[in-house]
Design a protein around this ligand. Structure first.
Ligand SMILES: [Zn+2]
Length: 423
């Protein structure tokens, strides 16, 4: 939240840096025809060569480089692939302006006065703005496809799967007809979309799984996602030992992700998945067994607490460094799906044990991590209510106006009593 506020404040400041106020605009100046070309920095480029290939003469090149040096703007050797330079020319092709977009927050402008050798240079803050868009829809086949159809990108699906990793297994619990909605920050730089920010609010409602999240940054703490009551969405156990992000990156180069299925034939869950699919520890813990064990084939057993442990069976191989006695973190790769031991085909046998007796992992009570501190709970719940309302009122695909968004943030920043005395 604080970052947002800073961004908004910063985008307000830049107005002062800008030359040419309203007074200049009111003069009737004959319209000057100019055209602008853009060039992108490629690997191996240097600034001098880049200016040269954009037809700057030697005098102009040394003017720009000299101005960068004299003002100590940046190191000309520090340009990186993907950065953009813009060249504006007048009707006769004379160079008027070179703009270097080589930093996320500042641009460098070099203005040439026609008929003169001197150049004027200045920097200004990039006109950056954060807006909020609603991405919503329903699932036809996979969640990722549905999110892309709603206007999102694959990376957002990974983020959603991380946020809901304690509640939803996006490989086996997604069903046709499930519905979802997200309020996502979009960053704009000089009016053009540049990147996604936080997922501020979201819900998923399906036949097999359901979850809601609200993004909140407790005072002095790190931002995170919470449920509507203020409980953390970070759980002691992941919903599934087949992690969506891990599998997506493993199969990223293939056209299709594997179709996973889960079965519950006994005291555990069997996940049918291709040999080599990564398997992760569902919680922090210590490896108590890593090797061959009868019908389990190649097995990893992890102890998470004096009472709880998990088993991962039929593995084709162990992940690098996994052996008895080492500590593992939630989401850490422990091995790969296989068909070792008593298995008719490649699948993962996953077992959660309490006091050494297997329980049904899908019915396990999953303890959330740190909730919102009680002193900030009222503040949080007000934000959560606001999010629910915004989501309900916005049409899918719509962009929330910056003024609405700003007022929400200001209400967040102001102490409770001053908000209530406003009207
Ligand atoms: Zn099994």
């Amino acid at each position: 939240m604080l970052v947002l506020l800073l961004l908004l404040l910063r985008s307000g400041e830049k107005e002062e840096d800008r030359p040419a106020g309203p007074a200049a605009a009111s003069l009737s100046v004959p319209e000057l025809r100019t055209y602008t070309t853009r060039d992108t920095v490629h690997r191996g480029d240097n600034l001098r060569g880049l200016l040269f290939r954009n037809h700057l003469d030697l005098r102009a090149i040394s003017g720009v480089l000299g101005s960068i040096r004299a003002n100590d703007y940046f190191d000309p050797h520090d340009i990186r692939p993907g950065q953009v330079l813009e060249f504006t020319r007048g009707e006769a092709g004379e160079l008027l302006e070179v703009v270097c977009r080589i930093a996320p927050e500042r641009i460098y402008v070099f203005a040439f006065e026609p008929g003169r050798d001197s150049i004027a240079s200045f920097t200004r803050a990039v006109d950056s703005e954060v807006r909020v868009r609603k991405l919503a829809g329903s699932v036809l086949s996979t969640f990722e496809e549905a999110l892309i159809a709603a206007g999102g990108v694959p990376r957002l699906a990974l983020e959603v799967s991380d946020i809901f990793s304690g509640d939803i297994d996006f490989f086996t619990e997604v069903r046709r007809g499930d519905a979802f909605s997200l309020l996502v920050e979009e960053r704009y730089v000089d009016g053009a979309f540049s990147d996604y920010g936080e997922i501020l609010y979201g819900w998923y409602r399906g036949e097999e799984a359901e979850a809601v999240c609200v993004y909140y940054r407790p005072a002095g703490g790190k931002g995170g996602h919470y449920d509507l009551e203020g409980g953390s969405l970070k759980r002691t156990f992941l919903r599934s030992p087949l992690n969506y992000r891990r599998i997506s990156s493993t199969y990223a180069k293939r056209r299709f992700h594997p179709i996973l299925k889960k079965y519950r034939p006994h005291h555990g869950v069997d996940y049918a998945a291709p040999t080599g699919t990564p398997v992760v520890s569902t919680a922090d813990g210590k490896v108590t067994f890593a090797g061959w064990k009868g019908g389990y084939g190649r097995l990893v057993e992890i102890r998470h607490s004096p009472t709880h442990s998990t088993r991962y069976g039929h593995l084709s191989r162990l992940a690098k460094g996994i052996r008895t006695g080492i500590r593992v973190e939630q989401g850490q790769k422990v091995g790969y799906v296989g068909a070792t031991g008593m298995a008719t085909g490649p699948h993962l046998h996953y077992e959660v044990r309490v006091d050494d007796h297997p329980i049904d992992p899908l019915r396990m009570k999953n303890v959330p991590a740190e909730p919102i501190p009680s002193g900030q709970l009222a503040d949080y719940q007000r934000l959560a209510r606001e999010m629910v309302e915004i989501d309900r009122d916005l049409v899918a695909g719509a962009l929330l106006g910056p003024s609405t968004w700003e007022s929400i943030l200001l209400a967040q920043a102001a102490p409770l009593d001053s908000v209530e005395t406003v009207d």
